[in-house]
Design a binder for this molecule. Sequence first.
Ligand code: URA
Length: 210
Amino acid sequence: MTPHLTVVEHPLVQHKLTLMRDKTTSTNSFRRLLREISLLLAYEITRELELTTMRIETPLQPMQAPTLEGKKLALISILRAGNGLMDGILELIPAARVGFIGLYRDPDTLQPVQYYCKVPGELEDRMVIAVDPMLATGNSSVAAIDMLKAKGARNLRFLCLLASPEGVERMRQAHPDVPIVTAALDERLDEHGYIVPGLGDAGDRMFGTK
Ligand code: URA
């Protein structure tokens, strides 16, 4: 059975994450590291993609060789920070279909407010991977998964860079059928809903905004 939470403990992932957490890391380096780490996380989250075989001929002989089965998977970026994770995954899976869900967090209530939703068709026939670097309160992740399920998605995954125990628990209660893959499970949330020790605001660090 797929575990609800997988922390990718590979040394390359952990090393790159430490560099990303460091507040002296530049915007440029942060973006490059995020792209690199997303390739490694994508490897883990796509582990259960179904295979079939096709007949090919190698220079030596014919063979039935493994190939991905079914409809192209769908990658859904939760704007805006999700885009940084998605760019790297698309390098690995260039044929994936892509969607966007725009949610911002109301600073007072910390509740998600939707402002955009455009996703590929036939979600019911695809593996759907929602990506957002930070699983913090879990409110926007739960809302994004609610929206994807309402549009037919059944085979869902959630990919993030950092998760808080509170966010994982919120997802487990709302969507126990959606496995989460992350590079680290941090200690807690602070009073502003930031992950501690975390890496700060992922969008700001990625895009150089404040
Ligand atoms: N979003 C971020 O960018 N960082 C956090 O720590 C929590 C939510």
